[in-house]
Ligand binder design. Structure first.
Ligand SMILES: [Zn+2]
Ligand SMILES: [Zn+2]
Length: 257
């Protein structure tokens, strides 16, 4: 079983910390573990968020607390150390990158010539709306508009050619909001764009631990991915060793891989 999306961010960039995730993954029956962190944690990516910070005080305050605590070099040195050992599990190293449509070229520059095995793109902001931070932020939001823009960003992410995969591809549903219009065509278009770019899509169990959303993507979205032969990769989105591998077996048992 694969866990394609596990964050190191809550501990130091040491082999000992990473090994806690490796051991937890092995105990959970994971045979391929993909470690990553968020782009905003790295100093090199912080300027890419300047436009967002100007248009949202909430995002500005949040990034002031969280952003730029590492450099990419620190992360790459950790990758080197971990690659020099055999842990008896397939280990891959990547980044989860916020897709900011106007920063496509800046993102490309930063991930060129790096030792990363993969990059996964995420829609974490619908324009300047930090939709997945807390339910209160949805007050006064036009849900249909948010859904339309979320999937427009997702399609642009797929078409950008920057990433190997798309993370949590329908996380707009996180707090239970639903569009009044059918998403069938939207799902089909996203799956087609991912297929054209040779990308995978995540079955991500993370949102079901954060809110009472169903695990992974909506069944109609999953069906669209299958119709277009988009590879599916299972992902826990763990931020702790204890959550590593969480929910992965469910996807395999239900044949949702
Ligand atoms: Zn994410
Ligand atoms: Zn994540």
């Amino acid at each position: 079983m694969t866990d394609a999306h596990v964050h190191l961010e809550r501990g130091p960039y040491t082999a000992e910390w990473a090994e806690e995730f490796v051991n937890a993954a092995k105990n959970a029956g994971i045979t391929e573990l993909c470690l990553l962190d968020h782009s905003y944690l790295f100093r090199e990516f912080v300027p890419l968020y300047d436009g967002l910070r100007c248009s949202s005080d909430f995002i500005d305050r949040w990034l002031t607390r969280k952003a730029g605590i590492h450099t990419l070099d620190e992360y790459f040195r950790l990758i080197d150390r971990l690659r020099s050992r055999d842990y008896g599990i397939t280990l891959r190293f990547g980044l989860e990158i916020c897709f900011l449509p106007e920063q496509t070229e800046a993102i490309a520059q930063r991930i060129r010539h790096t030792p990363l095995d993969f990059t996964v793109g995420s829609v974490h902001f619908i324009d300047d709306f930090a939709f997945d931070h807390k339910p209160e932020l949805w007050q006064g939001i036009d849900v249909d508009h948010a859904y339309r823009r979320f999937f427009e960003h997702s399609a642009a992410l797929a078409e950008s050619g920057l990433f190997d995969g798309i993370a949590h591809p329908d996380s707009v549903k996180l707090f239970g909001h639903k569009s009044t219009f059918s998403l069938d065509e939207t799902y089909d278009a996203l799956a087609a764009a991912l297929a054209k770019s040779g990308m995978y899509a995540e079955q991500n169990s993370g949102i079901s631990r954060r809110a009472s959303a169903e695990p992974g993507m909506a069944s109609a979205l999953y069906a669209a991915m299958k119709r277009h032969n988009v590879p599916i990769r299972t992902a826990s989105d763990a931020h702790t060793p204890a959550d590593t591998g969480a929910g992965i077996r469910y996807f395999y048992d239900k044949h949702l891989v």
